[in-house]
Design a protein around this ligand. Sequence first.
Ligand SMILES: [Fe+2]
Length: 260
Amino acid sequence: MQQNLDKEDIVFFRDNGYLIKRKILNPKLMAQARDRLWDGAPAQLDRRNPSTWVGPFLESSEDKMNAQNNYRWNYREPGSEQFMVNLLPKNPSIWGMAEQLLGEGTLVEPDRIRGIYCTLPYGNVEKKASTGCHVDAHPFHLGVVGYIDDVLPEGGSFMVWPGSHRTFYYDFHSQYKNEPTEQYEVHRREFSRLPGVDCHGQAGDIIFWHHRIGHTASHNYSSNIRQAILYDFTKNDLPETMEEPPNENMWRDWVGITDD
Ligand SMILES: [Fe+2]
């Protein structure tokens, strides 16, 4: 059944810069994506033997389409396959909710998603402090992260710093490009001293996030591989609006959001 955002969801997203929606992804397509992930696994990892999933990678891979380094595995190759596009941005609920926020008929049609981004379990190690937050550099409007397998608390979730989008939006010379002002680094350090919100969830859950929210991929102290898929929604008019300075009304380009 198709899901929509209600008024509360939209206000939560506006004020916090992110929003979790549960049980959205199609289970069959998720299973297909998990199978596809293992096609790209190095010999070190055995799907049937979870003890082999603990990182780090013994050998790193520089191949951008299947990058493996330390505990991170960014498998971008399947991102261009149609079923992956159908799994995330073209999921009818996700597409509809993105249009609710940004405006019906305004979104660029996706030809790929970023890929499957994994974090290997850290194993039995002492817990480290969070690495702190960052803002993504490339121009887009609305990010969506989907989990294709369960992500327990402290299991490598997408971690966000609620409300930071309202500060970081004004810390760039332009609305969407990567031209930080000097304030960006100052604010980044300030937010990073605060705890982020661990957006853990189950297979099928998604997180919408504002393009200027502070976030990070958190540490994975679970025994499962954190498996997330990512897509960045952009509007058709991005080339025209991208270089404009930040607007007094930061929601000007968001048809579904009013700032009151
Ligand atoms: Fe990021």
